[in-house]
Design a protein around this ligand. Structure first.
Ligand SMILES: [Zn+2]
Length: 229
């Protein structure tokens, strides 16, 4: 399987999916593979310049890449996305207002509540209601494999509140950013039944996913994409 469909977001007019590391061939970029497999020309793909920020970019007709870690748009015919290798990829869709979003949530973005800010941006700019928004959370490094410092746990807890997304073993702390982002989305008003969450861990499946931690540094990226046609 080279892509994981975000089935709860997909329809006749919406395509939403997470790629695995086998999506792009050795010599293909993600954009090249999107063109080859889905006939989406590179000019129709929009990726922000990711900086582990909590900046949300509202995409209009100006398609120049800007620094942001989330993109929101009501434009049709453009495939928006983020790239990740352990961080949490999140896709959102409001089927009533026809608005989509793609979010890159690492621990910094999660500590800065980037998913909640993206939902707020959908509400402010496009009049979305939280109850109409579906969400898909793609594969990321999970609690089994994501040891972090206590300071990271404290910062994520500050943005998330209580929940079953962190654990402690002696002086070792483990964090599940995917679940923290799900809790933040529910806190912003999304319905639990409208959220799908992958149970795969990128670190535990290095032959299937790029994992920054498993690779010990530089590695490739998988993508999360959503587009309306
Ligand atoms: Zn794992």
């Amino acid at each position: 399987m080279v892509v994981i469909e975000a089935a709860n977001l997909t329809s006749d007019t919406v395509r939403a999916f997470f790629t695995t590391r086998n999506f792009a061939g050795d010599n293909d970029t993600l954009a090249g593979a999107l063109e080859k497999r889905y006939h989406i020309p590179p000019g129709r793909i929009y990726l922000p310049v990711q900086r582990h920020s909590s900046d949300v970019h509202v995409l209009d007709s100006d398609v120049r890449p800007v620094v942001a870690d989330a993109v929101v748009t009501d434009r049709k015919g453009v495939c928006i996305g983020v790239v990740v290798a352990d961080c949490v990829p999140v896709l959102l869709h409001d089927s009533r207002k026809e608005v989509i979003a793609a979010v890159h949530a690492g621990w910094r973005g999660t500590a800065r509540a980037i998913v909640r800010k993206t939902i707020e941006s959908m509400q402010e700019h496009f009049g979305c209601s939280a109850g109409d928004i579906s969400m898909a959370i793609g594969p990321s490094i999970r609690q089994c494999s994501y040891e972090v410092g206590e300071d990271v746990v404290v910062q994520v807890q500050r943005a998330t509140g209580t929940g079953n997304y962190c654990s402690r073993d002696g002086d070792r702390y483990y964090l599940d950013l995917a679940s923290a982002n799900k809790i933040q989305a529910e806190g912003a008003g999304l319905c639990r039944e409208m959220i799908w969450q992958s149970d795969e861990c990128t670190y535990c499946n290095p032959e299937r996913f790029y994992s920054y931690r498993f690779a010990g540094g530089s590695t490739g990226r998988q993508g999360a994409f959503i587009g309306m046609w």
